[in-house]
Design a protein around this ligand. Structure first.
Ligand code: SF4
Length: 247
């Protein structure tokens, strides 16, 4: 019996994906079998993927992490996107008991006080719901792009996520923001109005600000932190494990 090494499997898939357009990348992945999950933050990249899933009726579960701290514009966009593409976007929310425990320990907005407190909040509101969203999934699709930050400059088309035991596929890894915007304009894809107000990257309302001209795309996320690797843990496997372990 041939034992398939998941890392080699991911590398082979990445090679196949590199030569395809976006719709074919998603079709190929959807056809691999098992539960395929796309996690959307409703950001402009994710809207491009959702548009392709909806337009081509691909068998991919579209889910979002409804953290309870999202912008009203983001919440409205969830509904608008479902309506435009006749799809369901499953909302995964934090447990109230976890939110209460966080508030007791750190305060509801304690994430401004320390990196530890911020990671704990992301753990409660994002990582634990993400774990539920990905339960039983064999493939996880994301909208990560190499151009989003120095931290994401090496993003592959496919990689093995050893923490979650699944293949992680990043079909927009080689797209730049101009290509994203052109796709949106050409295809009438609904996007968050905050993008036009200086928010290229949109997360939770208290943790996202508009950026200044020339700043990196993700400079408005957790702007009060100095660490160059400001992430919520969703896409940093080792960090995710440690954050979840803190909860
Ligand atoms: S982005 Fe901010 S509000 Fe949202 S989960 Fe993380 S720390 Fe909490």
């Amino acid at each position: 019996m041939t034992v398939i090494n998941p890392i080699e499997e991911a590398e082979a898939l990445a090679d196949k994906l590199s030569g395809l357009d976006l719709a074919d990348r998603l079709s190929l992945v959807a056809g691999l079998g098992g539960r395929v999950v796309f996690t959307t933050s409703l950001g402009i990249e994710d809207q491009v993927i959702t548009a392709e899933i909806g337009t081509h009726r691909l068998p991919i579960d579209v889910v979002t992490l409804q953290t309870g701290r999202l912008f009203p514009e983001t919440l409205a966009l969830i509904d608008e996107t479902e309506s435009q593409y006749d799809i369901h976007i499953a909302r995964y929310e934090p447990e109230q008991a976890d939110i209460d425990a966080y508030a007791t320990k750190y305060g509801m907005n304690g994430f401004y006080e320390s990196v530890e407190a911020r990671h704990a909040c992301c753990g409660v509101r994002k990582l634990k719901p993400l774990a539920r969203a990905l339960a039983g999934a064999t493939i996880w699709i994301t909208g990560l792009r190499r151009g989003q930050s120095a931290n994401r400059a090496e993003t592959p088309f496919a990689e093995y996520d050893a923490e979650r035991h699944l293949l992680k596929v990043n079909p927009l890894a080689d797209w730049d923001i101009d290509k994203i915007k052109a796709f949106v304009a050409d295809n009438g894809v609904p996007v968050n109005p905050l993008h036009a107000r200086g928010y290229p990257s949109i997360g939770c309302e208290p943790c996202t600000r508009a950026i200044k001209p020339g700043e990196p795309e993700r400079a408005g996320r957790w702007w009060w932190e100095q660490d160059e690797k400001r992430e919520c843990g969703l896409h940093v496997a080792e960090e995710a494990a440690s954050i979840v372990a803190q909860q």
